[in-house]
Design a protein around this ligand. Structure first.
Ligand SMILES: Nc1ncnc2c1ncn2[C@@H]1O[C@H](COP(=O)(O)OP(=O)(O)OP(=O)(O)O)[C@@H](O)[C@H]1O
Ligand SMILES: [Mg+2]
Length: 186
């Protein structure tokens, strides 16, 4: 299975989400964008300007959508697009979907960093009016993602650490599981 996580907008959560999914699925992780993934996910993560096509891999794509990116998008079972709730992120998300939709088998928008009632549906409404057949999932604002990048633990590993972490991460972990379960077959 191949998963691509992409958005031209920065700071929407591509790297923590792709890292956590890759680790929980036991997949490789490749990125064309600088980050700490090679040190927190040794032997499994690789940063390179032109990531190679590899099975059982999650791709964390930032920046421009070039021919190499499109080649991997075409082979991806699903393309995940994290989008935070600000106006600029929505604009860039619509642009990103416009560019990749002709090549993608399945597009899933992850509405990230939601804080209040209505954040999710306002992003869903704004994006879905431009496109058909896109699924939306919510990943609310949470320290779990920063902790994942700092500790090298996936959201599943963080959640299971202690009774306290289970209670602190209950909501975000359940939201994350809804996404993970799409790709985990056990
Ligand atoms: N629900 C969430 N999903 C994703 N990230 C979140 C969430 N809540 C908080 N964050 C925080 O938002 C930030 C998003 O991650 P990051 O800036 O690495 O995204 P990115 O899309 O990979 O950005 P860049 O394009 O700069 O690489 C992190 O600091 C993360 O801890
Ligand atoms: Mg990143």
């Amino acid at each position: 299975m191949i998963l691509s996580v992409i958005n031209k907008k920065g700071g929407v959560g591509k790297t923590p989400i792709s890292f956590s999914l890759a680790k929980d699925l036991g997949f490789y992780l490749q990125s064309n964008d600088n980050s700490v993934i090679e040190s927190i996910y040794p032997d499994m993560a690789k940063i390179t300007e032109h990531p190679a096509l590899l099975d059982n891999c999650v791709y964390d794509f930032g920046g421009f959508v070039d021919a190499g990116v499109l080649k991997i998008i075409k082979e991806s079972d699903a393309v995940l697009i994290p989008c935070s709730t600000d106006y600029n992120s929505i604009i860039r998300t619509v642009e990103t979907i416009d560019e990749i939709q002709p090549y993608a088998k399945m597009i899933i928008v992850l509405v990230t960093k939601t804080e209040k009632e209505g954040d999710f549906s306002s992003v869903e409404n704004a994006v879905s009016k431009h496109f058909d057949e896109i699924q939306f999932f919510e990943l609310r604002l949470s320290k779990a993602f920063k902790n994942a990048i700092e500790t090298g633990l996936s959201l599943t590993e963080l959640y299971h650490e202690t009774p306290l972490s289970k209670s602190a991460y209950k909501t975000i972990y359940n939201q994350y599981l809804n996404v993970l379960k799409l790709f985990k077959n056990d």
